[in-house]
Design a protein around this ligand. Structure first.
Ligand SMILES: Nc1ncnc2c1ncn2[C@@H]1O[C@H](COP(=O)(O)OP(=O)(O)OP(=O)(O)O)[C@@H](O)[C@H]1O
Ligand SMILES: [Mg+2]
Length: 310
């Protein structure tokens, strides 16, 4: 289990991580989702002991990272945003080197195992510097698996990969999640929701939301307003008279030729039909009527923009 309490990282005046608290259970896959500069990498760098924290507490499998950094780090495999690969080494040399650092006993056998898991068996004799971006990322992934750590921390693991490789890596992450505790980051929603048991949305160094991908999408549907865009053939005065007759079912705003309605959640039911009849009665034809669907994408934008406005 990973326990993080009131974790803070300041860079001068900049609060890169601003007091975050969360836990990750054994075998859980936690996704860090957030826009650029949200503090994902900074948090991961602190979890892995790569950089120091300004204040707070981190425990990995019960071990405090400040009291016993080596013991804590031993349980972690890390794929940083920019994996430290040595271009002159061959893939097998590099992976052997990493296995040695991690104190692996049967290096050759273990290297073959992690190479097979990450699909780099075919490039073991190639120089790291000559690999494609996707394959370099896979080698970084293999290095994170060296020593079979309990916890895997993966910073944007699918960056630079093609769609087929992304699907393979997702499957790999899911299968690793059965034996390992995994934290991964991304600013791509579909990425995170496809593999994570739980999503933690970060923004501006803070946790903006935390839930399962399903619940995040669902709660947004229930709690926040839906929007509708309509275009009516008629004078604005007439149109607004009809709109006003709906009372507090929605608020509206004129945008060029159109009206954007922000629907009250309780009144959203069947509003399209009611609008149709109301405008028909006023002899004002509806030229266009468009409902805006709410997706996890909207949750993300909604939450991170709210934070920005503060
Ligand atoms: N060494 C540093 N010195 C000063 N500021 C830093 C340093 N590292 C990160 N920051 C700042 O801290 C904030 C968080 O950065 P971080 O790299 O953790 O974001 P991120 O969520 O990983 O973003 P991305 O999606 O772009 O990788 C940013 O505003 C960044 O500019
Ligand atoms: Mg980052």
């Amino acid at each position: 289990m990973i326990e993080v309490k009131e974790l803070v990282k300041h860079y001068g005046d900049k609060k890169a991580v601003d007091g975050i608290t969360f836990t990750v259970n054994d075998g859980e896959i936690l996704g860090f989702l957030g826009p650029n500069g949200a503090g994902k990498s900074t948090t991961m760098n602190m979890l892995t002991g790569y950089i120091s924290m300004t204040s707070g507490e981190i425990r990995i499998g019960g071990i405090d990272i400040i009291e016993d950094p080596i013991g804590a780090k031993r349980q972690i495999g890390y794929l940083p945003e920019q994996p430290p690969l040595y271009p002159e080494m061959t893939v097998s040399e590099y992976l052997c080197f990493v296995c040695e650092l991690k104190g692996v006993k049967d290096i050759q056998a273990h290297m073959k195992e992690i190479a097979a898991k990450t699909g780099v068996t075919g490039v073991l004799s190639r120089r790291v510097g000559n690999l494609s971006k996707g394959y370099r990322q896979r080698v970084g992934f293999a290095a994170a698996l060296a020593g079979d750590p309990k916890v895997l921390i993966l910073d944007e693991p699918t960056v630079g990969m093609d769609p087929n490789q992304i699907i393979e890596i997702r499957e790999l992450i899911r299968s690793l999640g059965k034996e390992h505790t995994v934290i991964l980051s991304s600013h791509i929603l579909s990425e995170i929701s496809a593999v994570s048991d739980r999503v933690l949305i970060m923004d501006n160094g803070k946790i903006a939301a935390e839930d399962t991908p399903e619940n995040l999408a669902r709660s947004e549907k229930r709690d926040t307003v839906k929007r509708m865009l309509i275009r009516i053939d008629g004078e604005s005065e007439q149109i607004e008279k009809v709109l006003d007759s709906f009372g507090d079912s929605f608020t509206y705003e004129r945008i060029n030729e159109d009206y954007e309605l922000t629907l009250n959640a309780d009144a959203a039911e069947d509003i399209g039909r009611k609008l149709f009849f109301a405008f028909a009665k006023a002899e004002l034809p509806i030229l266009m009527q468009k409902e805006e669907e709410v997706s996890l994408e909207d949750v993300f934008i909604e939450l991170t923009q709210k934070e920005e406005k503060r």
